[in-house]
Design a protein around this ligand. Sequence first.
Ligand SMILES: Nc1nc2c(ncn2[C@@H]2O[C@H](COP(=O)(O)OP(=O)(O)OP(=O)(O)O)[C@@H](O)[C@H]2O)c(=O)[nH]1
Length: 522
Amino acid sequence: MALSFIKKVFTFGKPAEEPVPDAVERELEPRSRDEDLPIVDDPVLPQEMDTAGGPAADVGEGGAEESDLPDEALPLPPADQMSDFGLVPLSLLEAEAEAETPATAESEVEETLSVPSGHLPHQRVDRSQADAPVSIEETVEVTEALSEEIPAEMDVKQDISIQPISPPLGELPGRAEDGISSEPAAEQPKPESPILPKGFATGPAIIEPQPIAPQPKLSWFQRLRNGLARTSSQLTNQITALFTKRKLDDETLQDLEDLLIQADLGVETALRVTDTLASERYGKDVTGEDVSRIMASEIAKVLKPVAKPLQLDLSHKPHVILVVGVNGTGKTTTIGKLAAKLSGAGLKVMLAAGDTFRAAAIEQLKIWAERTNSEFVGTKLGADAAGLAYDAFEQAKAKKCDVLIVDTAGRLQNKAELMAELEKIVRVLGRLDPDAPHTVLQTLDATTGQNALSQVEIFRNVAGVNGLIMTKLDGTARGGILVAISAKHKLPVYFIGVGEAVDDLEPFEAEDFARAIAGLPQ
Ligand SMILES: Nc1nc2c(ncn2[C@@H]2O[C@H](COP(=O)(O)OP(=O)(O)OP(=O)(O)O)[C@@H](O)[C@H]2O)c(=O)[nH]1
């Protein structure tokens, strides 16, 4: 019965004149359970729930699930009229409660509601935890239960006071003294994955490395053709455009000569090509293929006499090769490549670091010596290069080396002082052997144009260059200049460089080179 519940848990005691906080009053305004009840921070504790469960069931039995509370607050009847309303004074309730309730520890937390005289009780109170806040849900439940027993004219909500029932934080079950829960935290709902725009995805990225197909190594001729592609394609395109639907006449011959000169082939070679073309096809239709074929043939004729092997006189011990050239033309790299070939053939090779201007050049040559199993002679940075060359020659003799290759610092041909130093190196080497240096090799960078002509001119005069190596023919070469140099100086061209690797040095082949420039297959 609701009344026995009320007897058990409610007492009257507060003075009638005690004001009720506005906030509480607002909270007690009738509303359905599912309406927007205020959220209570501290939830009802388990023991509170248990205690509240009984009366709530009683209320349910009475059919008061829905709140029937009147809108206006009802005053309590006087104490002597309470029984008319089914209420019992505090003294009677306490006496009854003491008689009915066993004196257990649990009775200490027995819930009661303290209701001031003249006011309706609405709240269960834990006497031992007088400072804890009250649950609103409980408030509503109890109020609903009471509403059954209270006449409609009574204002229930007006004078109700709330007393806290929850224990202090430190005594809450599942909470440690420091206020942090020792029980596993309630599982938080997982945030939903955001809906990403098209083209995005969530989750760890899985990038499977794709195997890189090994690049097939091109033949040296393919690399040469690639390197000379700029020259050859430019030439052939212009030639094709020049001879489309035109008969060979003086004007087209003049235009062709200009094109060949612009391609660095030189006046001499250009005239050879136009003369041959005129003798074969003058007044006739000419195709681009006709011109390319004749061009390749004439270039080959210029180059064949200079395409010679590097002669080594091994009666000298050592055969001395001095390597000269402008800065960065590939001297040190070419020395390494040559050493690899020679020591690979079983010759005893010594490398001398005559580039005393650049620390990196000394180190670079030392590495090449190690890689090629060659002897190495070096000195400190800034030392006299001629003195180093002399020492190296002596050591090579003493060690019975077959070949001594002397590196030199790169220098511009127009720097007289540096060219004089080069002259001194040649002179000093000649003191130990009047024929030394036996070979003076000049490296030419194939990406250089007309300037290479003057480089050869001056180095030849100062250092006695007697052989050439053209490097970097694998890049964006302008190889036509080698034809012009060959036509003018007729110096042997021993090798061409077609890459930076140790085996990227190929003997110079006139026919191949000529066809590559003309854009023809091998
Ligand atoms: N692609 C390509 N690069 C080359 C070739 N020969 C040399 N090189 C590169 O050209 C650069 C200069 O080469 P070096 O051998 O240091 O030239 P160097 O003439 O000794 O340079 P200096 O001592 O400064 O005068 C280096 O990066 C070489 O790897 C070649 O045939 N092809």
